[in-house]
Design a protein around this ligand. Structure first.
Ligand code: FAD
Length: 384
């Protein structure tokens, strides 16, 4: 498929789960792919590392064969105020992975399938009549008929070649992940390898205390809200009060850092254009309420790979030729428009608060709605 006027059939910007999955899919189908990522892998990616089983299907990955930390979660605890509400399952409904390991594994798999990797930072991007052109800050220029933007929320194609609505909202986060040792974690929590979620008092997000093998991951995410700097100390105090954090443990934690990303809500995202497709966070696909973004990154990567293969076969890369990708995303995640009926507009906040608390405390509603619909844990697998 390679043509001498091009450096690759497809340029992929970013080697996270979205970029490495699209590269893996294309490379094993004979497409010449060049992945460009400014980070040296394995690299740290801020993330709780919580994945649902469907992502393993999309990756064609058997958790038994995965060679790194993968903690199966068969229970989850939702804290509503001071009350821990626990739901148990007969089988794992989600898993905990370490992003540095997981992303490196996926990238390596793409390289094993034949994709090439360039460790450089993309500085500028241009889509013209002849090619998609990527220039790196290190000074190299690469041309291909098609590019895939998988650079997360700071993706250069997203930033330079797409338009954004003023009302676009991001999830704002603060997180720390530290390898502290399983025994030490067990001394601090009765819920080892049971994810604990802490609903924010105004329901505009949640915090978490995740234990995965030797790793402790603590974080908080709020939707479109810079007041996270106030929410974070409140949450840390709650963890101290619960005994989850002692001064010695706290002193060893890695520094809390933030990273914003867009969720898939009623504000439309542009996910394709002339000679390009965007996947994962670059397309703003993370799930509303839960903030789950790894699975949409992988699913959109599989969809993008299919559309890219067809475009390469036909030799057509105009925005209209790539329209099928937008349709696939809408089919998967629904149309991006404001709901016709939004009860939160007319129900007073104090009532909403009581309703949400009631739902979270009720075993059946928590299983079916909160864990079932928001976090996608299969309610059929619930223990009772
Ligand atoms: C604190 C926090 C917790 C989260 N927890 C979860 C969770 O538990 N479960 C879940 O499913 N999702 C979670 N998410 C969301 C999830 O991390 C993202 O949705 C996911 O990483 C998106 O994958 P991606 O491949 O699109 O982008 P990324 O994983 O962000 O990968 C993008 C890659 O592009 C590279 N790149 C960017 N710009 C350039 C450039 N100019 N040149 C070269 N390379 C570039 C970067 O180095 C990076 O490697 C969390 C996010 C945050 C911030």
């Amino acid at each position: 498929m390679s043509n001498s006027q091009f450096d690759a059939d497809v340029l992929v910007i970013g080697g996270g789960p979205g970029g490495s999955t699209v590269a893996w899919d294309l490379a094993r189908n004979g497409v010449d792919v060049l992945v460009v990522d400014g980070a040296e892998f394995p690299r740290v990616k801020l993330c709780a590392g919580w994945i649902t089983p469907q992502i393993l299907d999309a990756l064609e990955l058997d958790p038994e064969q995965y060679p790194h930390t993968i903690s199966p979660f068969s229970s989850a605890v939702l804290w509503v105020g001071d009350t821990p509400c626990r739901t148990d399952y007969r089988r794992p409904v989600s898993y905990g992975i370490i992003r540095a390991q997981f992303d490196n594994f996926l990238l390596q798999r793409a390289l094993d399938a034949g994709a090439r990797f360039l460790n450089e930072n993309v500085g500028s991007v241009e889509s013209n009549a002849d090619a998609f052109v990527v220039t790196t800050r290190e000074g190299s220029t690469y041309r291909a008929p098609l590019a895939i933007g998988a650079g997360g929320s700071k993706d250069p194609i997203r930033r330079k070649l797409t338009t954004h609505a003023a009302e676009e909202r991001m999830v704002v986060t603060l997180e720390s992940e530290t390898r502290v040792g399983a025994d030490r974690i067990r001394e601090h929590t009765p819920y080892y390898e049971v994810p604990e979620l802490f609903l924010e008092p105004d329901f505009n997000g949640y915090a978490w205390y995740f234990t995965k093998g030797d790793y402790l991951n603590i974080g908080i995410g709020r939707l479109g809200d810079p007041r996270i700097r106030d929410a974070h100390p409140r949450f840390m105090q709650q963890l101290r009060d619960l005994g989850r954090l002692t001064p010695e443990l706290e002193a060893d934690l890695t520094k809390f850092r933030g990273h914003p990303y867009k969720i898939y809500d009623s504000v439309p995202n542009q996910a394709h254009g002339e000679r390009f497709l965007l996947v994962g966070d670059a397309a703003g696909l993370a799930r509303h309420y839960s903030g789950e973004g790894i699975r949409p990154a992988v699913e959109s990567a599989r969809d993008a790979a299919e559309v890219a293969r067809t475009a390469l076969e036909r030799g057509r890369f105009a925005g209209a030729d790539l329209e099928g990708y937008a349709s696939k995303l809408t089919e998967r995640y629904g149309p991006q428009k404001a709901p016709r009926f939004d009860p939160t507009r007319w129900i007073p906040h104090s009532w909403q608060s009581r309703i949400v608390q009631g739902i979270c405390r009720n075993d059946r509603l928590r299983r079916d709605w909160v864990f079932g619909k928001v976090f996608l844990f299969d309610p059929e697998a619930a223990a009772s």
